[in-house]
Design a protein around this ligand. Sequence first.
Ligand SMILES: NC(=O)C1=CN([C@@H]2O[C@H](COP(=O)(O)OP(=O)(O)OC[C@H]3O[C@@H](n4cnc5c(N)ncnc54)[C@H](OP(=O)(O)O)[C@@H]3O)[C@@H](O)[C@H]2O)C=CC1
Ligand SMILES: Nc1nc(=O)c2c([nH]1)NC[C@@H]1CN(c3ccc(C(=O)N[C@@H](CCC(=O)O)C(=O)O)cc3)C=[N+]21
Length: 298
Amino acid sequence: MSATIIDGKAFAAVVRAQVATQVAAAKAATGQVPGLAVVLVGEDPASQVYVRNKNRQTVEVGMNSFEHKLAAETAEADLLALIAQLNADPAVDGILVQLPLPAHMNAEAVINAIDSAKDVDGFHIDNVGKLVTGQKAMVPCTPLGCLMLLRDTLGTLEGRDAVVIGRSNIVGKPMANLLLRDGCTVTVAHSRTANLPDVVRRADIVVAAVGRPEMVKGDWIKPGAVVIDVGINRVQPAGAEKAKLVGDCDFDSCAAVAGAITPVPGGVGPMTIACLLANTLTAFCRRHALPEPEGLTA
Ligand SMILES: NC(=O)C1=CN([C@@H]2O[C@H](COP(=O)(O)OP(=O)(O)OC[C@H]3O[C@@H](n4cnc5c(N)ncnc54)[C@H](OP(=O)(O)O)[C@@H]3O)[C@@H](O)[C@H]2O)C=CC1
Ligand SMILES: Nc1nc(=O)c2c([nH]1)NC[C@@H]1CN(c3ccc(C(=O)N[C@@H](CCC(=O)O)C(=O)O)cc3)C=[N+]21
């Protein structure tokens, strides 16, 4: 194996420590601490794990955490009423509605009902528009975490060829826009892309956000490229009792060729939560007309 392993877990701990320091300073300046409200509709076990982790880490950095659990059959109108209440609550700086929502709800309408200043996921149409046009926005947590890891690994991203595999609104598209803003030449690949391995072979930076276990193989990777694996796939290995977590990249074969690579778990996942806390602090600072948090925004 030749690649450097990018330790997202350790980097995320550094980000959280920076958030904690700046939360303490914000508290000293205002007498208040940032608050994050997380709304979970239904009982998806994976979502429950994330929400529990978010809750614990929010409290650890000195913020208030407000958890709202609603039954899967909750009416959309009731969820919208809760969002209206959180929008109006001065103790709440950030609102995250865990996705996916149950099928009977219109996720777009729900997301756009969140006050865009409190939209710490960066999914509200106003924040998407601001990101694309280069205005100050709330930047989606997973792509922001990937950007931090890439800047730390490579320094400037200017002039690099980047291939993002996946075009979702949550990961692929905002990732592509952030890389474009940092000066990369960006290709966005997806399920209809022709000759995907050849497209990926051009890349100095590969971001895989596909949701297909171990799809990206080592012989797709240009020697020395930086590989960011966003995928979180729970698989059941033959003969093994416990399910395990794998990424969208075949780790061993990619690590043999890449210059640097993120592992799963311990790569992008912990950065997503750290960036959620960073965004909540950013929202608090903007609302209280404090300076932007240092080193925590895109
Ligand atoms: N680490 C973290 O914090 C997070 C991890 N994730 C993980 O990242 C992965 C992607 O998530 P998300 O973006 O929400 O997923 P989506 O399912 O919304 O999007 C997947 C994208 O991959 C593309 N795709 C699917 N199959 C192929 C294929 N065979 N070849 C090329 N492209 C393909 C799809 O193309 P098309 O548009 O044509 O259908 C789509 O654009 C998942 O594993 C998810 O669990 C997600 C969020 C946070
Ligand atoms: N509104 C909304 N915003 C999100 O950001 C959002 C969401 N909905 N729905 C689900 C996805 C997924 N997601 C992850 C967060 C942390 C880890 C994470 O911490 N992963 C650990 C492992 C955790 C484990 O063991 O299961 C790791 O990769 O090391 C993973 C995935 C955020 N998402």
